[in-house]
Design a protein around this ligand. Structure first.
Ligand code: NAP
Length: 251
């Protein structure tokens, strides 16, 4: 039955940035589909734990500004749940400033979390998946700025454009191990990431008017794509970045 292919029973997922926003949405969705989920964040994920319950969810503290935490994260998932089948690289930060004065600090901080840690965590997860010998799923969170330039966000656009490219190269290399690597490019979603935009009446109005769906997205909106890309339903889909954007990119 086709709906059975979307089930994640017996699978173990790691989701970074699990305390809030889209990351919390991914945790809830994967757990509802049957997976056991290890959340990762630089602060506690008690709110997510309360939504899911301790049978399907646990979390650990790790700061992804340091890519060296990758091995500890995979080790924790193996120790707590015995395998790693799904990795969602969701954690990300954004820094806004004019490119004429954008600082090296803001460049490095964004690149380290959004790109460098994403790569080394994917590498550590893929090594575990190869050792397990039954494939796996890696889902990277990209952005509309994987496709477009944006304004005053040079490190963010650079990191998210790189995530789209990296998704393709990892998909090419790891297809032979039955590991599918895809990305989700969320549109404008109501989370902490977009608080500054939503508080700016001019930018907020201009964005809303351009979204064909006529509304901002929510963490619930990414759940379907998340479960699809984490499940056997997407076994012949790899290297692709799926927009969940209310039609923004098609306009
Ligand atoms: P968010 O609410 O700001 O969530 C970002 C998550 O990443 C939080 O859990 C955050 O933890 C975590 N994080 C940041 N730096 C970290 C670090 N050094 N170590 C560990 N965790 C860290 O925003 P969101 O919208 O849900 O963002 C999720 C992903 O979607 C990001 O990759 C973002 O770029 C992407 N995205 C969002 C939108 C949108 O419209 N919202 C659009 C396109 C792409 P803290 O709570 O501790 O900061």
């Amino acid at each position: 039955m086709i709906l059975d292919k979307f089930r994640l029973d017996g699978k173990v997922a790691i989701v970074t940035g699990s305390n809030t926003g889209l990351g919390q949405g991914f945790c809830v969705a994967l757990a509802e589909a049957g997976a056991k989920v290890l959340g990762v964040g630089r602060r506690d994920s008690e709110d997510t734990l309360a939504k899911i319950g301790k049978e399907k969810f646990d979390y650990m503290i790790a700061d992804l500004s340091d890519p060296h935490c990758a091995k500890d994260i995979i080790g924790a998932a193996l120790e707590r749940y015995g395998s790693v089948d799904i990795l969602v690289n969701n954690a990300g930060i954004i820094k806004r400033n004019d490119s004429l004065v954008f600082s090296e600090k803001d460049w490095d901080e964004v690149m380290n979390v959004n790109l460098k840690s994403l790569f080394f965590l994917s590498q550590a997860a893929a090594n575990a998946m190869v050792a397990q010998g039954r494939g796996g799923k890696i889902i990277n969170v990209a952005s509309l700025l994987s496709f477009q330039g944006g304004i005053r966000v040079p490190s963010y656009t650079s990191s998210k454009s790189a995530v789209k490219g990296l998704t393709m190269t990892l998909a090419n290399e790891w297809a032979k191990y039955n590991i599918q690597v895809n990305a989700i490019a969320p549109g404008y979603m109501v989370t902490n990431n977009t608080e500054a935009l939503r508080n700016d009446p001019d930018r907020s109005k201009a964005i809303l008017e351009r979204i064909p769906a006529g509304r901002w997205g929510t963490p619930e909106d990414i759940m379907g794509a998340g479960v699809f890309l984490a499940s056997a339903a997407s076994d012949y889909v790899t290297g692709f970045t799926i927009a969940v954007d209310g039609g923004w990119l098609g306009r």
